[in-house]
Write a protein that binds this ligand. Sequence first.
Ligand code: AMP
Ligand code: MG
Length: 409
Amino acid sequence: MLSIEEALKAILDHATPLTPVTMPLDEAAGLVLAEDVIAHGNVPPFANSAMDGFAVQAADIQQASEATPVRLHILEDVPAGSVATQPVRPGTAIRIMTGAPLPDGADTVVHVEVTRTEGNDVLILLALKNAVNVRRAGEDMKDGATVLTAGTVLRPGEVGVCAAAGHATVTVYPRARVAVLTTGSELVDTAQVPGPGQIRDANAHSLRAQVAAMGAEPVVFARVPDTRKAVRSALEQALVQTDVVLTNGGVSVGDYDFVKDVLQEMGAKLVFWRVKQKPGKPMAFWTMGSKRIVGLPGNPVSSMVCAEEYVRPLVRRMMGHALLYRPVRTTILDERYAKGADAGRAHFVRVRLQERDGALHAALTGSQGSGILTSMALATGIAVLPEETPVVEAGQTVHVQLTDLPEDH
Ligand code: AMP
Ligand code: MG
């Protein structure tokens, strides 16, 4: 049986980035650039006004004040999108709006708040230094400069940079397509009232949400009963349509746990089965050509914890992300936690973090059973208790992954 570190490494060793694709900029938000982005032209393309006011020659207004206004003759108006028809000369000004090109001859813009107009003249009430309120051509981006490098995540700011730099399409690592394939003859749809021996399928929904939160595209397949035939046909479809297949349930040692057998029949290469962890011991991982298959245990919390700990880094790396791990903080555990019979496995413990008296505290969110979804819902972090730690006393420190925050390493 692998340790949690070995299992993660085995998975990441098979996390090959997907082949980059070129797509419309607006579809690429959240994805990772696979190529540098070069500015196509200067941004802004021309010197322009940062204010509504008057384009002037600074030399004209060096003595201007409320008490000694400088009078200039207004030649014309230049709104954004237009170009002045004549240069500013000594003793003259052009009325200019924000974003309009600075007229020839002008070097400075006096904002309207420190001016007064009298007919076709403007009185300047404040001395401004040369180049005030002027945006230089290329002050944001220089033509030909690399403005974003490969590996950068396209957050809204980066999307804006691409747009301003003239990139209607970008080359990025695509969204991974991730199959969610739920098995279990006992499962019924959420809208149904479970009959005898039945329970509602929670995992199809929690997993779909987790996959979407990874930035990947969930492809949810119809749930299958625990028969070889149904499991095989669903797997065959899922492997054609997606990059990563998440099976859910049926990887344990029960008589109806067919996922392992079927994948072996299909020729998938088993990388590992079972990890020294709680929850999630029966997790498995296979490769089949370029496809990756994660066998998630059916217990609802096991499924979610394994998706967080293993699937999320796998998918992120396939999608070109450099940062794979949530922030980790050392926190004070508020209650005793004893592994009992499960000592010898690493435990992922659901906790809620709270800042108290200048220290970060972690409180258990309730029962840690692998079927207790409510304690998963309450958690803001996962405390990782290593294999060799059988018990943590109240007040001792534990390392907690902050699962609500974006990856930072
Ligand atoms: P399995 O891994 O298939 O042996 O399932 C382990 C436990 O998780 C059993 O109690 C199942 O009923 C339960 N379980 C499996 N799949 C789901 C699911 N999709 N939603 C809720 N519970 C599930
Ligand atoms: Mg099952």
